[in-house]
Design a binder for this molecule. Sequence first.
Ligand code: DHB
Length: 427
Amino acid sequence: MNIFVPLAYYHQGTINGYTAKTAPIFMPNTVGGYMPGPRDFPGNAAFPNNSTTIVKAIEHGYVVISAGLRGRSLTDETKRFIGKAPAFLVDMKAAIRYVRHNQQLIPGNVEQIITNGTSAGGATSATVGTSGNAQFFEKYLQELGAANESDAIYAASCYCPIHNLEHADAAYEWEFNNITDWNRVQMVTPPHETTPPVFKKINGELTAEEKDNSKILKDEFVKYLNGLSLIDANGNRLSLNADGTGSFLEYVKDFIEQSAQKALDSGQKISADTGVHVDSGVVNGLDWDKYLQFITRMKGVPAFDDLKMQNPEPNLFGDGKTASKHFTKFSQSNSQVKSQLADSDLIKAINPLTYIKSADGQTAKYWRIRHGASDRDTSFAIPVILATLLRNAGFDVDFAMPWATPHSGDYDLRDLFTWIDKICAKN
Ligand code: DHB
């Protein structure tokens, strides 16, 4: 773990009104693709890093703590896997407990810890944010020798969190069922020290089997969504019809229309190819199918728990000896390789939604969730469900889908820090 304290705090100075005692503690992680997320530092040239974020956060007056987290590819000297789920969360929690345990030594306010991450790192932030002191993690934390302290946090900042994995396949087909070709970039050379990874573009068509599976998964999502009993800002129940249309779809579209309006208001142009209807500078409709054709499909079917277990997610659910496991009954029963189903308690425990309404797991009061309006890595439904469940449970959620923004994070640090300053001034 690396700890960075603005120098001013060692000279009784203040930055943006914060002192060594009152500065919020900002904890970004470098997790991506559920791979190991090493501890980070200003000027870090290795991959992955968020070193610019760290520099800006220190300059803004936050105490910044960057903990190294294990990930799915990690092995020990005997080639045993040592970073499968739930290791990333256990390590993040252990880091938070350590900070609390040493609060007399480390500057910053332990009552205002804010986590931050992108994609799998956004999921890390979200799950740590909902599961403070949850029972499931206790034995792992004891095993690790973590301090006997609370790991509950004040706020979570999550960029495009790839979470709710066991429902993400169904959500993806609810969104992309009509689109039968996909395109994405594939890593051909992994990063090495300071050399960035090399990617190539690949594309393909869904097979007949994938098209059949897409329909089955889409139907599954309708049932799942209707079982959540989500409520919109006006107190109306959000639901879906058997064909995937309904108030939940309109609710998702509304976030995208708001995003387009904000972009228009700030002087950006919106192409008619997006399916956004603009009348005299006002967005007054969205052609959903056209919008999806515009952003295009990225993944095959199933999008996460793929039947050959080549994706990051089955690999996250492996164990010491097993590289990958399925985590949905659908993929386990349709698997094209020899496979096992991951433990249901584990699948549930790494899903941030599990804790929101539960007495087990203390949920952070404040949330900032961003998911780009061009992000195709997971369905829009996934972050929308997270934000809505949190709101429905009474938490304070700042949620938006920035226009023309792909799968990425930390692109609006100034706004993120304004939000942090606002929520930290409340107490
Ligand atoms: C990430 C992206 C994905 O599309 C995915 O399935 C898992 C993780 C990431 O960028 O962390």
